[in-house]
Ligand binder design. Structure first.
Ligand code: DX5
Ligand code: ZN
Length: 216
């Protein structure tokens, strides 16, 4: 499978959100990546249901919703109702992860689990067969435009090994500091979905940058 690209709207210009959405719609990008932050799990607050609903109303591309919130169980149904096609929760934020993953799938969305940079891949040993996507954070979550952590490549390799052992078909997604300098190596290591915020929206030509990231 060739790789997918999910531009992160966190780095978009919210004053002209409709224009930014249209830019992604007209581009080769595969999904929209939407970062929901609660100011508790991460030291930042982003956006929630109303914004996700508006994005949904303007696109037919899948919405990849990355929840950086504590106790996500309380809101799973609303996020799916708001338009999430893929809903990812943090391993570190879920006390009963198996139940949470099951609930997301029962709501009809794809279930993703996110690992912070310090969380080892083997933590997923007993859940990997049940998840549709694993999101490896390549920065500490909370902000766009941070520096990519090099240990990510090793983590992808361990995840591949774990997936092989458990016959998992989950997609591997990498999020944080992704750009044209590291994208090819991430794909070679086994990444299926690249998330990119700053490298796309701060580029002089965002559509051109999407094209470059898709052509890696
Ligand atoms: C960080 C978010 C990312 C962020 C990535 O907590 O999960 O999705 O928007 O932005 P860049 O690509 O700028 O690192
Ligand atoms: Zn994200």
């Amino acid at each position: 499978m060739s790789h997918l690209l999910a531009p992160s709207l966190l780095s978009a210009n919210f004053l002209f959100l409709a224009k930014e959405i249209e830019l992604i719609n007209a581009s080769e990008a595969s999904w929209f990546h939407l970062d929901v932050m609660d100011g508790v799990f991460v030291p930042n607050i982003s956006f929630g249901f109303p914004v996700i609903e508006k994005v949904k109303s303007m696109t037919s591309k899948p919405l990849d919703v990355h929840l950086m919130i504590i106790d996500p169980d309380r809101y799973l149904e609303r996020f799916v109702r708001s338009g999430a096609d893929i809903l990812s929760v943090h391993y570190e934020a879920c006390v009963h992860l198996h139940r949470t993953v099951d609930a997301i799938r029962k709501l009809g969305a794809k279930a993703g689990v996110v690992l912070n940079p310090h969380t080892p891949v083997h933590s997923l040993e007993n859940i990997i067969a049940e998840v549709d996507l694993v999101l490896i954070m390549s920065v500490n979550p909370g902000f766009g435009g941070q520096k990519f952590i090099d240990g990510t490549y090793r983590k992808i390799a361990s995840l591949k090994e774990l997936m092989l052992k458990h016959n998992s078909k989950a997609l591997i997604e990498v999020d944080g500091g992704v750009d044209i300098t590291n994208g090819r190596r991430l794909i070679d290591a086994g990444t299926d979905v690249l998330v990119a915020g700053n490298s796309i929206f701060s580029a002089d030509d965002p559509s051109g940058m999407i094209h470059q990231l898709m052509s890696l």
